[in-house]
Design a protein around this ligand. Sequence first.
Ligand SMILES: Cc1ncc(COP(=O)(O)O)c(C=O)c1O
Length: 498
Amino acid sequence: MSKTAMHAPIPPVQLDTTAQMPLYNQLYAGLRDAILSGQLAPGMRLPATRALASALQISRNTVVNAFDQLFAEGYLEGRVGDGTYVTRTLPDEMLRVAQKPSITTTRPTQSRHLSKRGEILAATSVTTERQKGRSVAFRPGIPAFDAFPSEIWSRLASRRWRRPPGDLVNYSDAAGYRPLREAIATYLGAARGVRCVPEQVLIVSGSQQGIDLAARVLLDPGDAVWFEEPGYLGARAALTAAEAQLVPVPVDQEGLNVAVGLARCLKAHMVYVTPSHQFPLGVTMSLTRRLALLDWAAHAGAWVLEDDYDSEYRYAGRPLASLQGLDSTGRVIYLGTFSKVLFPSLRMGYLVVPPDLIDPFTAARAITDRQAPVLDQAIVTDFIEEGHFTRHIRRMRTLYAARQALLVELAHRELAGLLTVHPADAGMHLVGWLADGTNDQVISQLAATHGVDAPGLSEYHLEQAQQSGILLGYTAVEEADIRIGVLHLGKALSTAVV
Ligand SMILES: Cc1ncc(COP(=O)(O)O)c(C=O)c1O
């Protein structure tokens, strides 16, 4: 390398110490942009790492890390003791790429052509913006992270990780890890009255993938699907993305109103239901309705997508067995998740499909993302087989019942006249009822300004909502935060009433 090479000035890299992106990454990107735009020309000698660190007031390590990345990608070259140079032989095509990619520039603009499916996907959201951030009182559907037995989990995980056999780190059966499928079949038979053999159990990455797969495998664009009104946004998104025609079917005290479904669309291809604990209203579907629904499905040749997402949490009375267990004609696709009983980022759930659908579902699952992580499946299997799963559920039932009781008590005391909250026998959230005619989206936004996350019931409606309310999830909220949350909610509600 020439000792007379031009020395580059300190590059004008903007570093933001408050940004989420690590500093070395910012420096790497800044230097790379300067090289690509020609500001740092091929063959130029860069300042020594120590000098650059001191000029930019950052640690030398940060500079070294950024340089290492640029060396690895071929933007820099050099020899020990002979400085660092911009690579002389950068291909011309690279040098012409002067614009830096960023979130704004890489987002498809109107001039870019998306497929029809792409357009629909881009326009359909599974969660609201609100649901993405930190978990706060009273976001629904989140388990108690503070009570998760992470020590047990980490012991099981490290035992598996110590020397994982090849089949746990390799490509494997798209339908799932066989011992887990066996454990789930046994658990569902005993706890939910599901009738199945392990071959019918398919491991998926949460209910969301299960619903998406069911839609892909069983529906054509334009097919009618009965959809609970109000209903779960994740299911609505997956079915909308599959171009299903959603037929809202109202939910009353007995669950989905089958008679209205029959009147609105006799020949639907599918129904999506949450019979154990309807989301979001929290009612349990009566046996009469269950039998009527199965009878319709058998006659119409329709599929029943049964989402049994939080049936483990029943605090009083006996749970009704699953629809799948009542079905004798093989029309039910049963869906369960570990998001509520373990934790949502695990991304693990299961489908139980009729025997003749095992192959198409397995093929679709393999095409979508090949398989679920096998080591995680093995850890879940150990967690179930060694009794931690049932113990954890039992502990959570007691904890959640106590959190619910506290929320109800405080709501009665602090929110009387503003919000009506009744205790519930099951689930992970309550509905707080507002006076008829109140705009619950406005209340929800007001609550958010007071640090409370309480989605408005109307968000879950496809049609005009008849009743007004907000959802109050209590399971993830520790006692002290329930107290604070109720007080803040009270302030928000009083502002609205004034
Ligand atoms: C009705 C319903 N189904 C399923 C889920 C769980 O989804 P996943 O398994 O994709 O995390 C939720 C979570 O909020 C839900 O409310």
